[in-house]
Design a binder for this molecule. Sequence first.
Ligand SMILES: Nc1ncnc2c1ncn2[C@@H]1O[C@H](COP(=O)(O)OP(=O)(O)OP(=O)(O)O)[C@@H](O)[C@H]1O
Length: 559
Amino acid sequence: MLAGYDTLITNIALAVILAYSFHVVLMAGQLNLGQAGFASLAAYTSTLVVPTEPLFGSLSPVLVGIPVGAAVGGAAAFLVGLPVLRLRGVFLAIGTIAFGEMVRVFMTNAEWTRGALGLRVDKWLTVDLAWIVVAVLGYLFWRLGPSRTGRAFAAVREDELAAGSMGVDVVRTRMTSFVASGAIAGVYGVMFLYFFGRITPATFDFSLTLGGLVTAVLGGYLVFFGPVLGAGFLTAVPEIQNALGVEAGWIHPLITGLLLLAVILFLPGGLSTLVARLRPARVRPDPGTEPDGLAPLPEPGTPIAELRGLGKSYGSVQAVRSVDLEIRAGEVLGVIGPNGAGKTTLVNMISGLETPSAGEGEVLGVRLGAPSHRFAKAGLSRTFQHSKLFDRLSALDNVLVGTHPVTRSTYLRRLLWLPSARRDERRALALAWAQLRRVGLADRAHLRPGALSYGDQRRLEIARALAAHPTLLVLDEPAAGMNHVEAGELAALIKDLAEDGIAVLFIEHNVKMVLDTCTRLVVLNFGEVIAAGEPREVAADPKVVEAYLGAEDEESEHV
Ligand SMILES: Nc1ncnc2c1ncn2[C@@H]1O[C@H](COP(=O)(O)OP(=O)(O)OP(=O)(O)O)[C@@H](O)[C@H]1O
């Protein structure tokens, strides 16, 4: 019955495959626009290396070409990614467009490609095979979404800095999505070749890239079936136009453009989120088990961090100078000081977000200057002065990202439905739920951060940090914006955590809370430690009163 529509249906499948090569990078927040180049390289390579007749008499050339295309596209993406992934956002887009154009110019001028005349092969692609490839890709993306790798992609997309601090290797995650995108574009290129039987350099021009991007954005990249919706929708427009007998060629681009605008303005997650919204919001339930297999924390009092002569300058501004500091397991160490004293810069160096300009040190066995995910893996978790929650993830998913350093990758095992992947996911869920309960947010697990009160957002960030089972928890002004009651509850939580053996390093302007909770206090002024020791003694130090507490008197009366 569908025989007359073979070409149309195969075209839709090809559009879906191309859109998936955008979907995978958009999932990780990367604007790669070099797909035309990867597809071109893969298709032209196939004309050179894939036999023209079925291999062993039965294996269709397209079946040989698909893995060749994936390998060529993936390898090219890796090589291109090494330099261009230093770029971000629009600069990454420009760099990858330039690559696509370079490939096109090369293919036009090379002799073996026969330039603009192009190359011909037999048409081996069938509609069934095209949709089998779509089904395989759909399956891969369906299983990716709720896996640990899928969460890492989402975390990098939402906030690279926070993702790194949660133990996600941002460079690796960006490269993984880039290589996957190249591999899928390569598969597309080869399938295109064996469907139309002819390619020219102009086949893989910038309009192909734009078409794929529009399809992926329109369909949406937050849900795995976005590319199918996008491709179906965009193909339906000219078909309806034909059925109505409207000839005008401008209608398709106009409707596509308007739709794209509407999606960007009113439905940033694409059409698929509209479908997803029809389902009631639900989160994966608490498995009800206690999180197991967590490494014991070091004995209280064991040194876990040592900094010597630490300094950081930004041009002529010396933010931190000659700081010597030791942190011991199980202590609550408060860092106070006037605005601009260098507190955030200090904890940024301790957690790998800044590289020191002077001095050295180790935190949990990791030398300062290493990337933030290494500190997170070693047992350091942190929150930020201005919350860095993942806005498009539910509260539960935010906390699940926090489990990254203490969980194993589940994606490949999820593809094979191995029970061990299920066990690991249940363990991550148990860890996340336990922290949501601990901070009193279990009943709001399904909400996105934007729907939570300010105090709840700060608590959620603490839950996310605790999900990594940290040895050292760094809190940057956790009580900022909290009322008396909330600040009191937070102080009680910090004391509880210390009793559990977690070392807490926290920056706070709420002096009452600092004096109530800290076992040791460090005061910074102009980047230098001006006092350190027992909190009440330090608070009474005339130097501290002059530099900070005098100025804070009014504020502390309010806290
Ligand atoms: N990325 C940067 N580039 C340039 N200067 C910076 C940078 N980060 C911090 N500084 C400067 O370093 C100094 C210390 O800033 P920092 O944020 O560490 O202070 P702070 O004690 O945390 O202040 P606050 O209590 O206001 O958060 C300030 O003078 C600040 O302007």
